[in-house]
Design a protein around this ligand. Structure first.
Ligand code: BG6
Length: 479
């Protein structure tokens, strides 16, 4: 008996802004991700603490060129096919289709680009899995509405969905409504185009934006099911179970509450209603949600078909301020976590915990009883190109092997339904949190450095041949 189902979807995942480049080509409009700069201001802008709605001379913007997949997609998809990919997860850049976010007439050049991308995948028998919105709110809609702060974003998003569903129906079956929807609590500008005004209740603004995205997601699910009989619609969570730092009940409670910050979104998208504790929490925080009876009905009707998530690391939480001070991870982690003394970490301090993946999967399935899909997992690391052009990346293979083993056990020993696995960044791309090229995830190396220099030549790393073997053996040969 093999561990992985016969039709298991092996592949990789990218996001438009992190790999396509060509940010102002063929009529594409500007979006949040284009104005988030490289360097020390990156987190401030992503968090909405520093306002940036245009590019300036003082900053560099790595997404503008990225690895230029826009002009290399045929070569890149051929390499994915050589590894045996069954699925390729990518996002559509909203502003390639609707440069102002809500144009009545879509941009034909943008639609045509994704036509070609989808057809190129299908040529090799690769199933496209599309993220409708991966951290890219159109700047024009931020100027018009203030981004997802405003209910009118729902209609703009629905219009965008209708355009792409209509164009790509029949060729695309798997869709995700919003990438890492819970990220809007942590990086509100990157996640939802939200900037704060003086004196605003920031938490209230974030939960209102969250509500609008949740309603938009539910309406998109409904619409997709109406327009495409074969559509499989998923939510997408930045997952990673919180562990209590100790078994003190206070720590256990704190970890549960931290998990709830994230499950709030998926509870709504998978069950079609907010959990009871969420209403109480919002009441305590003085948050009034702009939630209509119609919203509540739509949420019920538009529940997702599967639960997708990214998993890089587990998290840890403590109720004790001294422990928090001592173990708080320095730097720019998007979601707060304490250092877990039992785990090793990547060069960027992301803790490595394969069993945490199995724990997270079990929690998600127990909670939602819907098929799971791991749509991001991987190791960001520094790679060295040897004199002969080879790249030896055993650390990446070790990381992926351990996580694939853990998910294999979740299937074979826990009985969980898992649709597929798209590791993050099969081709090196720009890091979302740091803007670096140096933080590489790929099986395919791209010659481009942090300063933007390089020929953009693609090279196969050792992990490329390893993953090819993993796929060919349907996950049996992990050596
Ligand atoms: C997820 C995002 O948060 O993690 C991706 O969906 C991102 O866009 C990935 O790239 C890895 O994070 P980073 O910061 O290493 O690029």
């Amino acid at each position: 008996m093999s561990t992985f189902p016969k039709n298991f979807l092996w592949g990789g995942a990218t996001a438009a802004n992190q790999c396509e480049g060509a940010y102002n080509v063929d009529g594409r409009g500007l979006s949040t991700v284009d104005v988030i700069p490289f360097g020390p201001d990156r987190m401030k802008v992503s968090r909405g603490q520093m306002k940036m709605l245009a590019c300036d001379e003082e900053h560099r913007y790595p997404a503008h060129e990225a690895v230029d997949l826009y002009h290399h997609y045929k070569e890149d998809i051929a390499l994915f096919a050589e590894m045996g990919f069954k699925v390729y997860r990518f996002s559509i850049a909203w502003t390639r289709i609707l440069p102002n976010g809500d144009d009545a007439v879509p941009n034909e050049a943008g639609l045509a680009f994704y036509d070609s991308l989808i057809d190129e995948c299908r040529k090799y028998g690769i199933e496209p899995l599309i993220t409708i919105c991966h951290f890219d709110t159109p700047i024009a809609l931020i100027k018009k509405y203030g981004g997802w702060k405003d209910r009118r974003m729902i209609d703009a998003y629905l219009h965008y969905c209708e355009v792409i569903f209509d164009r790509y129906k029949g060729r695309v079956h798997y869709w995700l409504t919003f990438n890492e929807i819970n990220m809007l609590l942590h990086m509100p500008f990157m996640g939802a185009g939200v900037l704060f005004e003086e004196g605003e209740n920031e938490l209230e603004v974030k939960y209102r934006a969250a509500h609008y995205e949740i309603v938009a997601s539910a309406r998109a699910v409904k619409l997709a099911h109406e327009m495409m009989s074969d559509a499989m619609m998923g939510c997408m969570l930045a997952a990673g179970q919180y562990y209590p730092f100790t078994c003190r009940p206070d720590d256990v409670y704190t970890a549960m509450e931290a998990d709830r910050d994230n499950y709030f979104f998926i509870d709504a998208q998978a069950r079609g209603e907010y959990p009871v504790w969420a209403w109480k929490r919002m009441e305590r925080a003085g948050i009034t949600l702009d939630c209509t009876a119609d919203d509540l009905a739509v949420m019920k009707e538009g529940t997702v078909d599967f639960i997708s998530f990214s998993y890089y690391a587990s998290r840890a939480a403590s109720a004790d301020p001294e422990t928090v001070k001592k173990y708080r991870k320095p730097g720019n982690a998007a979601i707060m976590s304490l250092k877990n003394p039992y785990l090793d970490a990547s060069e960027w301090g992301w803790q490595i915990d394969p069993l945490g993946l199995r724990i997270t999967m079990n929690t998600l399935y127990d909670r939602y009883r819907k098929p799971l899909f791991i749509v991001e997992n991987g190791l960001g690391a520094v790679d060295t190109v040897e004199a002969d052009g080879s790249i030896h990346d055993p650390y990446r293979i070790d990381y992926l092997r351990a996580h694939i083993e853990a998910m294999g056990k979740a299937i074979s020993q826990d009985g969980l339904p898992l649709l597929g696995y798209t590791m993050w960044g099969p081709i090196d791309l720009v890091s979302a949190s740091t803007g670096e090229m140096k933080k590489r995830y790929g099986f395919i190396y791209v010659d481009k450095d942090n300063d933007g220099n390089g020929t953009l030549t693609r090279r196969r790393k050792d992990s490329f041949y390893w993953y090819k073997k993993v796929i060919a053996s349907n996950g049996e040969d992990l050596d």
